[in-house]
Design a protein around this ligand. Structure first.
Ligand SMILES: *Cc1c(COP(=O)(O)O)cnc(C)c1O
Length: 438
């Protein structure tokens, strides 16, 4: 790795060079594009981001669950450089190329289920979610789409309608796409329902009565919700919803944009529940930061869209495909799915100890290297102010953490799977001290 893997603070956060760049950003970049950290990146490798002042930060965000194999993984850099020298773009819809087909073959192999599959590639997570809906509508001849409380599916017009949270994602940006309906999610910490079957019946009653199976093209769900607060549904919830979809000819779509690709200690989070979705949406972790997304699923459903009904100028760009193939090779050769489970054990141990000593940590949850704490006040109500103070204190001490959750009171941990135990322990030492002082 190009950077020595250590945290190092040489100025206050932010330092003078970052402050200067922030002033330029304010003058040049639309203010709707906000940043978590007050510092600008100069270089990054493995689990470290170095800022323009020379501070080295431990990365527990992975650019929002993207750089799973470590940012600028050398094998990815090599593959992308070789591809850039060969051709950067021809457009797959004009003169196709082999790396696109190879990525489709790999995703057909890696997604849950051994039925015949097809894949289509796109550029962003939201674009792939939209295409999953297009495909489900073409296959079923129906229009309605069901999503869940706390869901996040993106920022385009259709996916804004599918996303739950108004501020900041939807506020003032309507009108939204029609035929999107919301069902209650299983959220054991807040709804107290530990039985997934019971939680599913509550959701299915809403779906059946307010939408009606005969009108419904697809149910779209994150197997572990990301932006909504790393909510892991009660055991059996996903399976019951999937079973109802199969019985009613509804396409069950797993939005695994954040939970997928080795992140949770399985290639896809659905596998923990033994659920085989009809369609799976992949993005974030798939190509180490190059823009790539995919819809993968049953051949009969995927092939329902007519020729030229799917595509896009950049979808399955060759550089992104080369990065994805190298990423897959690293995950498999280096056993990163198993490594995610080791990171889970380390993080859960640290966080359960934190929770035992501090009642403000109301819940510790997640799978693999997708772990979070939910912060509460003395009455158990969401404490967003504490989450904000805690995240800022970590940032000031050189640890990148992200908040999330409908109430903004969740701190999530998404380290690259290649991070060392020592670096991770150091980050959690910082967090522990910051919580005591917050
Ligand atoms: C990030 C995310 C998206 C949107 O992906 P973009 O690449 O930002 O468009 C969709 N679904 C989930 C679950 C996500 O976490």
């Amino acid at each position: 790795m190009a950077l020595i893997q250590e945290r190092r603070l040489v100025t206050a956060i932010p330092g003078p060079a970052s402050q200067e760049l922030m002033a330029r950003k304010r003058a040049a970049v639309a203010s709707g594009v906000a940043t978590t950290m007050p510092v600008f990146a100069a270089e990054a490798s493995g689990g470290i981001v170095r800022d323009v002042d020379g501070n080295q930060l431990i990365d527990l965000g992975s650019g929002i669950a993207v750089t799973t194999v470590g940012v600028s993984a050398p094998r990815v850099v090599e593959a992308v450089a070789a591809q850039a020298a060969a051709y950067t773009h021809t457009c797959f819809m004009v003169t196709p190329y082999e790396p696109y087909v190879a990525v489709a073959e790999a995703l057909n192999r890696l997604t849950p289920g051994d039925h015949e599959k097809r894949t289509a590639l796109f550029s962003s997570g939201a674009e792939a979610v939209e295409n999953a809906v297009k495909i489900a509508r073409a296959h079923t001849g129906r229009q309605a789409v069901v999503v869940f409380d706390h869901a996040y599916h993106g920022r385009t017009n259709l996916t804004m309608a599918m996303t739950a949270k108004a501020m900041p994602y939807k506020h003032g940006f309507g009108p939204f796409s029609p035929e999107v309906y919301r069902a209650p999610m299983s959220y054991p910490f807040r709804d107290g329902v530990k039985d997934g079957q019971v939680a599913a019946e509550r959701a299915l009653d809403v779906i059946d009565k307010q939408v009606g199976a005969a009108n419904l093209a697809a149910v779209v769900i994150e197997p572990i919700q990301g932006e909504g607060g790393f909510i892991v549904p009660a055991d059996g919830f996903l399976a019951a919803i999937a079973r109802w979809c199969a019985e009613n000819g509804v396409v069950f779509v797993a939005d695994e944009v954040q939970s997928g690709f080795a992140r949770t200690g399985a290639m896809y989070a659905c596998e923990h529940e033994g659920v085989v979705p009809d369609l799976v949406v992949t993005a974030k972790g798939v190509a180490d930061g190059l823009p790539l997304s995919a819809v993968t699923g049953r051949a009969a459903i995927m092939d329902a869209a007519h020729a030229s009904g799917l595509g896009g100028t950049y979808g399955g760009n060759p550089l992104a495909c080369a990065a994805a193939l190298a990423t897959i090779e690293i995950i498999e050769a280096d056993g990163l799915v198993a490594r995610a489970r080791e990171l889970e054990a380390l993080m859960l141990d640290r966080l359960h100890r934190l929770a035992a000593a501090d009642p403000r940590v109301g819940d510790v949850r997640g799978r693999g290297a997708m772990i979070a704490i939910e912060l509460v006040d003395a009455d158990g109500a969401p404490d967003a102010a504490l989450a904000k103070r805690l995240a800022s204190a970590c940032h000031a001490e050189g640890v990148i953490v992200l908040t999330c959750g409908t109430w903004g009171n969740v701190i999530r941990f998404l380290p690259p799977l290649t991070i060392s135990d020592d670096l991770l322990h150091e980050a959690f030492d910082v967090l522990t001290t910051a919580l005591q002082e917050a």
